[in-house]
Ligand binder design. Structure first.
Ligand SMILES: Cc1cc2nc3c(=O)[nH]c(=O)nc-3n(C[C@H](O)[C@H](O)[C@H](O)COP(=O)(O)O)c2cc1C
Length: 619
């Protein structure tokens, strides 16, 4: 059983050809990633494939016209949605309406449905039809699914598309010919909705795959997936929060092993963390993990990242002094994995010079620290010393694991909407949430860039480690960006800046009076055009949101404003644009390269944009 992904350069992009079991079905996708050959025979690759974007193509063998087949497949897909319990709100709402599902259909083109998974989420949906002749019937697809590690849950979902009869046939060694015969026997002579539906049901065949830029998706957007994490829990009052941390890590598909100090077990039982992690919890130095494995050595060696949360002053002091008189101390001393220490203690303890010196010393020796948060502490005082939010700990772990391919690069990102005041209580704005720009800032920081985020009003929490500049109006955005332009190597303008502002904003609240109210608007400065004129060797990236004629307009905009890369998104497509967690983008570069990406999480989209920027930074 084999599977190959071959890539070759064509027109500046890369065309990937996926061939499965020597059948005649190829999947083509244009990529900018470098040429590579991947074989699922390697176990590590297999894991990557399982966790990457997998596009499943559902072919209809029967070229029936119209809605009955479409509706049935739509229904099947909505069952799949249920089965996979998507976290993607947009797709959930699509699922609720069959007409939405059918919206992107192009009946003339032949195929039926393509949708892509990223982890347990569906990230792309495309609906097409194929004529019967083009239907790539073949056996062993389930075996293939197993080979690339498609999980039980997904198999279940797939079987809900295929139906029990289909699975039964598929499991037979001669499944392909049985199916073909059945299809031939049926012919095209059925009538009536029920029959049409049944035929469609049994004719739906699942084809697989596409792996798009797997390594980056895995390495960056989901760094903790399949990672072996060692969590050290020490005897602070925040020990109870480690239960939440275990859950967050397990949710990201990390394999978590917990080591608790003796004091930690006074605050929380090992049973709790054992249950949540699904692994034994270790507390004793003088026990063997497996028959002859010394606990601290094997735990230290197998960890890919270690995190101590909460870390007591005592634990930090012992580490800084090289004391390894308990299991956690010995493991942390022996491991080669990166270690993130999350101190949590009373403010007085935290600010004690000795504790500070211990942390400085550990920092010099390569330990990473996450500053505690400020707020009300367990001892009822207010100050610094709280364990940071679990999301922040996880983000820091992801950052530690991310290759720093943008280090040394100074990136200025703009995000969010602007507000143009009409009077003290009213303004003109747009629905931008800032999610795309914030995702860009977060991912760039993870990849080692020094990031400044100039943000219009947004409800989002500022990404960690990013310098934030808050602005309100387009004029403020203009000034903030212009001021910082000289210090940036890359500028990404993801903000939705108002083109116009009220010419005469009122100093007092405009009273309700006449039936109509005329507003005179004047142009705001075109920030990106101004930057384009003086950009020199800097890299300028813009966004184009259009409802029609997207690509032509985006190209024109890029050329007119002297950008290096433009990210085009079609606002008329479900899943793209403002507010949602997903986007559908097309990257167009100054050299004429074009990369269409499927529906994906904004974090993944940000990552792909940064991949492209990185290529420019390096040239
Ligand atoms: C109720 C209580 C709460 C404590 N909370 C903390 C704390 O938040 N941070 C800390 O550094 N020590 C705290 N301590 C002190 C530690 O438990 C003590 O230093 C212990 O020796 C730490 O052991 P360990 O580092 O091996 O886990 C607390 C002690 C008690 C009794």
């Amino acid at each position: 059983m084999w599977f190959m992904l071959l890539s070759g350069k064509i027109w500046g992009g890369t065309v990937s050809i996926v061939t499965v079991f020597s059948t005649s079905v190829w999947f083509f996708s244009s990529e900018w990633s470098s040429a590579r050959t991947v074989s699922t025979a390697e176990p590590s690759r297999r894991r990557s494939l399982a966790a990457s974007t997998v596009t499943v193509t559902v072919f209809s063998a029967t070229p029936r016209s119209g809605s009955s087949i479409d509706q049935t497949v739509c229904r099947r897909l909505s069952w799949v949605m249920d089965a996979l319990s998507f976290r993607n709100p947009l797709l959930r709402s699509e699922k609720d309406s069959e007409s939405d599902w059918r919206a992107p259909m192009t009946p003339a083109s032949g195929v039926m449905t393509t949708f892509g998974f990223s982890g347990s989420r569906i990230v792309s949906v495309r609906i097409q039809k194929v004529p019967r002749a083009a239907n790539p019937i073949r056996a062993n697809q389930r075996a293939f699914l197993r080979c690339i590690g498609v999980s039980f849950l997904r198999k279940f979902a797939l079987s809900s598309i295929m139906g029990p009869r289909r699975i039964f046939k598929r499991n037979r060694p001669d499944g392909a010919s049985v199916r073909r015969k059945a299809a031939e026997k049926r012919g095209g002579g059925h009538s009536g909705l029920a029959v049409a539906r049944r035929n469609c049901y049994s004719e739906v065949i699942i084809d697989l795959f596409e792996i798009s830029n797997i390594s980056r998706m895995i390495e960056v957007a989901a760094m903790l997936r399949n990672k072996r994490v060692l969590l050290g829990v020490t005897g602070g009052i925040a020990a109870y929060k480690s239960a939440e941390l275990v859950r967050a890590l397990v949710k990201r598909e990390a394999s978590v092993k917990v080591v608790m100090t003796k004091s930690a077990t006074e605050f929380l039982t090992p049973l709790t963390l054992q249950t949540l992690s699904g692994n034994p919890v270790y507390t004793e130095l003088f026990t063997l993990v497996r028959e002859a494995d010394i606990a601290h050595v094997s735990l230290a060696e197998e960890a890919e990242i270690a995190v101590v949360a909460p870390a007591t002053a005592n634990c930090i002091g012992k580490l800084a002094s090289g004391i390894a008189d308990d299991l956690l101390g010995a493991v942390l001393m022996a491991t080669k994995a990166p270690v993130l220490v999350c101190p949590a203690m009373n403010t007085g303890m935290y600010q004690n010079r000795i504790v500070q010196e211990n942390m400085e010393k550990l920092g010099r020796h390569g330990f990473a620290f996450l500053e505690p948060a400020s707020g009300e502490l367990a001892c009822k005082s207010v100050g610094v010393g709280r364990l940071p939010e679990i999301e922040d700990i996880v983000e820091e772990m992801e950052t530690l694991l991310t290759p720093k391919d943008l280090s040394g690069c100074r990136i200025l990102v703009t995000a969010g909407p602007t507000r143009e005041r009409l009077d003290p209580v009213r303004f003109i704005t747009n629905p931008s949430s800032g999610k795309m720009g914030y995702a860009l800032a977060r991912m760039a920081r993870r990849r080692g860039a020094e990031v400044t985020l100039v943000s219009g009003p947004s409800a989002l929490a500022p990404p960690r480690g990013v310098r934030i500049v808050s602005v309100t109006s387009a004029m403020e955005m203009h000034d903030a960006v212009t001021e910082r332009f000289a210090d940036a190597d890359v500028v990404i303008k993801a903000a939705a800046v108002a083109d116009y502002r009220p010419a005469e904003p009122s100093g007092s609240k405009i009273k309700k009076g006449k039936e109509t109210l005329m507003l005179r608007l004047e142009r705001n400065p075109d920030i990106i055009a101004a930057l384009g004129k003086k950009k020199g060797r800097k890299i300028l990236v813009g966004f184009a949101m259009e409802t029609e004629d997207l690509l032509a307009r985006a190209r024109r905009k890029m050329k007119d404003k002297n950008m290096d890369l433009i990210v085009a998104n079609d606002l008329s497509r479900a899943g793209a644009g403002f507010e949602g967690d997903t986007n559908i983008i097309t990257l167009i570069d100054r050299d004429g390269g074009l990369q269409e990406l499927p529906l994906m999480d904004k974090k993944d989209a940000a990552d792909r944009i940064l991949d492209r920027i990185r290529a420019y930074v390096r040239t």
